[in-house]
Design a protein around this ligand. Structure first.
Ligand SMILES: [Zn+2]
Length: 694
């Protein structure tokens, strides 16, 4: 379970390969003096022929065939909510990070260095006695301010100040490239402020949501009590918090609508914004956060902000106080007393996601460190754990994938020449980033001490928020990364048309310099293809070669595209994840388009690399095509707790892993051919049911 570091402030537009996981990389033991990697025990996860289950034919259920035995033998550990290929790599990454953090903590790096800051942050986080002794003192001044709020104007002033310090809690506000002018950074405001994962948790009558709402009220009350509120008042405030958040939820858009860039972009002038929310002055807000008043910014979801405006006038100050008090304590709980941290885990970890135990303390502290200064830790990580040869091999793979994609675009049968020329223009502007940033962030403005864990977390939140705000009104910095190198994931960014592969995903089963081509193309090759195809998914395709939100399609071609994607929506709508609970084909459409296109392009690239006269080496009795698809499935082996799966079905734009293992291959004739599947087999989609897009 991740710490609830509320970084809801940024307005992300990038799409990741997988729902939240944390990062990692192959160790080169002893590469850096003082860092002991002998304790790295997490196994390397490679495709093994012995894992296959011959009792389930590949053509019936490919996931069960490749992963069934592994999934049965590797249940979710008590301190996790998911367990699979991503998590195994994440575990290795954490172990390497642990060795780095310990060496930094005990080493004698001088004050001001990245090593010293990493070491001091880790030391403060591990000092449980000091954390216990501090109690809620680190947030006491903020709680005192909240206690003094008496009017809507007081509340607006408090919010302005909280955002200025990187503690925004009511709505999202951050910096991003202007959708209509991708060279420049503007400010974006959008909905936020909910403690539960999605608006449906507040609004729907489902029995499990009712139970979670009741548990949430209990959690709010206990959290307030642990911070010194008397039990009777805490119980009353907890009911106020639920009512307050329910009103925010009613004014919020559902996840599936948020995928549409048009719903996230609404350029307004300051005067227009102030007129929309007369009780919340955006002019005063920009002044307070120290950002020059812009000519325009994006105020998306105007209905949400109108509701906040109304609440500033019609909701009693006491209700606002209850909400702000709870949100402040809840966000800081992971850095405060063991009782507050345990309460936080009991609700967000155990009740909401089915995690039985907290992770060990060092892992929790490293998760916080990643949130606070992930790229600083990454700077140390790549010195230990990223062999330079990996980058050269990846560049070659990206080049081969790119050529295969160009070939497919040129030969698309359903797209007219005019749109195709634009698609190829977009292809020519893809930018890959591999491993780690060529330019590291400057951390010199961040003060870190070995004495106060919460103090460090608050300082880092303010520092990181200021770093983001400082981009507003300036040209886009194309060198910057939005994932740290130790993250096991990858992403596509639509306003930059870039595909990004952090160091930690560049190891087995994704990438293995020792393995045959089939495994690398079925693993990282398909990931590369996946990220490229995001540029052409149902939303990414609304951005042009320059990264601007501009339509480059003829109406006819767009209609042809949508008739194809509609079949993919139906395919995934048909997957039942839990009894009565199905995948949301519309919420997951972008990822499913990327999987299908990415795997198809990767397969083409592998065949092109093999060339004419290729003699199949038949490794362990399997053809290269078979191993290609088997490794794709290996990447998507993953167990979930039932509660985690339920949360994800509502909130994650990625389908559960078992459906990703089978979804794309079942549309590919190459799969049927590789395994000798026949018409009518469950893994063979035919006729109008078969989806071909890219
Ligand atoms: Zn993706």
């Amino acid at each position: 379970m991740k710490h609830r570091v509320r970084a809801a402030l940024s307005v992300a537009i990038l799409v990741a390969l997988a729902g939240c996981s944390s990062g990692e990389q192959a160790a080169a033991p002893g590469a850096t003096p003082g860092i002991d990697l002998s304790a790295i025990t997490a196994p390397v996860n490679r495709l093994q022929a012995a894992d296959l289950d011959p009792s389930v034919p590949a053509c019936r259920d490919f996931n069960a065939h490749v992963n069934g035995k592994w999934l049965a033998a590797n249940p979710v550990p008590a301190d996790r909510t998911t367990w699979g290929s991503f998590e195994l790599l994440g575990e290795r990454s954490l172990q390497i990070q642990h060795a780095i953090a310990k060496a930094a903590m005990t080493g004698d790096a001088p004050a001001g260095t990245v090593e010293r800051k990493v070491g001091d942050f880790f030391a403060a986080g591990m000092d449980e006695a000091a954390i216990e002794a501090a109690g809620v003192a680190p947030i006491a001044p903020i709680l005192a301010q909240i206690d003094a709020l008496a009017s809507g104007e007081d509340i607006a002033a408090f919010l302005r100040q909280a955002y200025a310090q990187g503690r925004g809690m009511l709505f999202g506000f951050g910096a991003n490239a202007d959708f209509k002018n991708s060279e420049m950074v503007i400010a974006y405001a959008g909905q936020g402020g909910l403690s539960l994962p999605e608006r449906a948790y507040y609004l729907e009558d489902r029995e499990d949501y009712q139970r979670i709402r009741a548990a949430f009220v209990e959690h709010v009350a206990k959290t307030l009590e642990l911070a010194g509120v008397d039990p009777e008042s805490a119980a009353a405030q907890a009911r106020q918090v639920l009512a307050f958040e329910t009103r925010l939820a009613q004014a919020s858009l559902p996840r599936v609508e948020l995928r549409d860039p048009a719903k996230r972009y609404n350029p307004v002038s300051l005067a227009e914004a102030d007129a929309l929310t007369p009780n919340f002055s955006w002019t005063a807000f920009f002044d307070a956060i120290g950002v020059a008043q812009p000519e325009m910014f994006s105020l998306a979801m105007p209905g949400f902000f109108q509701e906040i405006n109304a609440m500033l006038a019609d909701t009693p100050a006491a209700d606002w106080q209850a909400y702000l008090r709870f949100r402040t304590i809840d966000a800081a709980a992971p850095y405060l007393t063991s009782a507050l941290e345990a309460q936080n885990f009991a609700f967000y970890g155990r009740t909401l996601r089915g995690q039985q135990q907290m992770q060990e303390r060092w892992k929790r502290v490293l998760n916080s460190l990643n949130g606070a200064m992930g790229e600083a830790l990454g700077q140390l990580y790549v010195q230990v754990a990223f062999p330079p040869e990996s980058k050269a091999k990846m560049e070659k793979l990206v080049g081969n994938l790119s050529e295969a994609l160009r070939h497919r675009l040129e030969n698309l049968e359903w797209m007219g020449e005019e749109t195709k020329a634009k698609a190829l223009e977009k292809w020519s502007t893809f930018t890959p980033k591999i491993g780690y940033p060529e330019q590291w962030r400057d951390w010199s403005g961040l003060q870190v001490s070995a004495d106060s864990y919460a103090g460090n977390a608050l300082a880092a939140a303010a520092f990181n928020y200021r770093y983001m705000l400082d981009k507003i009104g300036k040209p886009v910095d194309r060198k910057e990364w939005f994932m740290s190198p130790q993250t096991v994931n990858a992403y596509y960014n639509s306003t930059r048309n870039e595909i990004v592969f952090p160091a930690a995903i560049l190891q087995p089963p994704f990438f293995d310099p020792e393995a045959d081509d089939a495994l690398n193309y079925g693993g990282i090759g398909a990931v590369i293809g996946h990220e490229m195809i995001h540029g052409y998914d149902d939303q990414g395709s609304k951005f042009d070669a320059a990264g601007n939100f501009e339509n480059w399609w003829t109406d006819e071609d767009r209609a042809a595209f949508e008739s194809r994607t509609a079949i993919l929506v139906e395919q995934f709508n048909g997957y039942e994840a839990l009894p009565g609970l199905f995948v949301n084909g519309r919420l997951t459409l972008g990822e499913n388009i990327a999987d299908l296109g990415g795997l198809t392009v990767a397969y083409d690239a592998m065949r092109r690399a093999q060339g004419e006269g290729f003699v199949d080496p038949m490794i362990e009795g399997f053809t290269q095509s078979q191993r290609f698809f088997m490794n794709w499935a290996t990447v998507w082996r993953r167990n979930f707790t039932e509660a985690e799966l339920k949360v994800r079905l509502n909130t994650d734009s990625h389908a559960p892993a078992n459906f990703r293992a089978i979804g794309a291959p079942s549309n590919m004739p190459a799969f049927a051919e590789a395994f000798g599947c026949e018409s009518g087999d469950p893994m063979v989609r035919e006729g109008d049911a078969r989806v071909v897009i890219w």
